[in-house]
Design a protein around this ligand. Sequence first.
Ligand code: ATP
Length: 644
Amino acid sequence: MPVPNGEEQNLLLPSENASEVSKSDSGDGSPLVSTDYTDVGVVPEHQRNELDHLISNLEREIEELRVNQKNLDKKRREALSKILDIKGSIRLFCRIRPNLIEEKRRISEPVSTGPEKIRVKLGGTRKDFEFDKVFTQEASQGYVFVEVEPILRSAMDGHNVCVFAYGQTGTGKTFTMDGTNEQPGIIPRALEELFRQASLDNSSSFSFSMSMLEVYMGNLRDLLVPRPSSKPHESSTKCNLNIQTDPKGLIEIEGLSEVQISDYAKAKWWYNKGRRFRSTSWTNVNEASSRSHCLTRIIIYRRGDALEAKSEISKLWMIDLGGSERLLKTGARGLTLDEGRAINLSLSALADVVAALKRKRGHVPYRQVFLILCYFACRNSKLTQILKDSLGYGSKVLMLVHISPSEEDVCETICSLNFAKRARAIESNKEVPVKVKKQREKKIMELEEDIKEAEKQRQVLREQIQKIELKLSDSKKLLSTTYSIVESDDMETSISPKDGVKEVIETPKASKKSIKRNFSNSMPRFMTSTVASRQRQSAEERDIGVRLKSLRSMVSRSSIHFSYSQSLSYSDIRIKAILRSSTGKSRHAETDSVPIPNTVLTEKPKCNDLESKVPTPRSKMVTSSDPNLRVSLCRHRRRMSDLI
Ligand SMILES: Nc1ncnc2c1ncn2[C@@H]1O[C@H](COP(=O)(O)OP(=O)(O)OP(=O)(O)O)[C@@H](O)[C@H]1O
């Protein structure tokens, strides 16, 4: 907003007490009304300053709370990261599928469980396996998700995360990852959770994109674009996407659709769409057996609220691996047999990687998961190539091994558990002494407490911020109400105060017109108040009074000094009235209802001619240092000239 110089501050405004009627003639015989002008700019400016002061205080308060919130968020993130570090960056869970209807008749139960243990009986021998968590047959989808959720949160915190569902065909991988409408699995729950977490985090803004693909018989298929062919396995344009590595080592899948997901509903819609295109076939073991590895990728873009903050990107992969299967047992033939072979091949690559990692333990740092990459890449498996940049250092991996409770599947169960055992050997607690294990558990509990506390405090801060934001918007509203004319004028036109002065001076026609009218109390009839307008005025004043009062109490609570000045509201209304009354015919209806205090809006006929030559007397000038007010007054004068 331009700040006028001293000369431009000299504005004309009629005084409430204007009473003088010029004896000079307007030219058409009507008497001329002359006006005294007084200084009214000081009061509004004073009150505006108080409001501005209040607003900036509230903004500062919000800023401070946000900084606190950010610190708490950092604390929470660090604690979570430490927990995941203690627990290991590869976590292994095991889930046992409930007995299917036909299995329920069988008496023998080869698999028994503890919270972190699985025991399998095979012939006369027993084999024990350890996990980070074991989910029994009764475990609900919700219960499983509670355990998975922290790792998802670490994806929001900037880590790359891979969640795999591994296991023999028909053991419930798809059920765990995808679930049903009634019992949604990890992926739909994760999508919901991501948006929930994003909405709670005030210190960063998040956006998400989603892609879905399957690795089918060694080829990549985009699941978010429909296949043009009715035959499900016929190659389409989106089949066999190319995997590229950029100079930074990041993996790009050329041509893969990536959809922006702005909310959970959209994410779910795309996810359901992708699911429908996944390749499934009937086998002896599973009537809707997944014949591929299905990968859902969410790219998380996180940006801090600082202006210079860069966007952090992390990838969350949720992978429903194809089932490992005994090909004879599944009764697969032809294409289905080939599919089974392809799946087994890539899964054995995964097992090889894990085993190789274990062998290399003596030579490489214990936790460097990124070694997996080398081995995966060596095997040239598409699955491992895609995940190359998501399994690097700092990534979190969760493998959910699925097993069947059935006697018939006991060999496959042992195979799957052995796979897990090999994986676990990389970051096992097994060889850790009990004392150290207990210390770790204690540390984890402390960190979990820290997280809870940080979250509780963040919640308190969030509520405080919301309250102050409400006050802030109230104050801003009040400010814009009080100064609405000023601001709208400001926006409508960029008349300089100088122009305004000029226009006021040069309004001979307007003066003539108004003088022709029959003034009562030295005021044009259209400007006199009606009963309704007077009522509205007092209501308006009451309203502003109440709002100012509440602001005042709010300010005193916020230890900000704020004084109340009724005169601002009053004079503001008067200014509004003056301005409205001068806006030409279209505003006449409005001006009728505008309450005008006992004052005279006087135009100075012929003064134009005079004043263009003779300088305006100083006594008739209004001094204001408020640029808004000056602009509005100038505007008012311009409108006055429009009346002519
Ligand atoms: N925890 C569970 N609770 C209830 N039903 C389950 C559970 N796990 C699996 N099922 C049921 O078992 C059957 C096989 O499960 P699912 O298709 O998920 O197996 P899968 O491991 O994905 O098989 P594939 O590898 O052949 O695709 C389905 O009918 C599924 O509903």
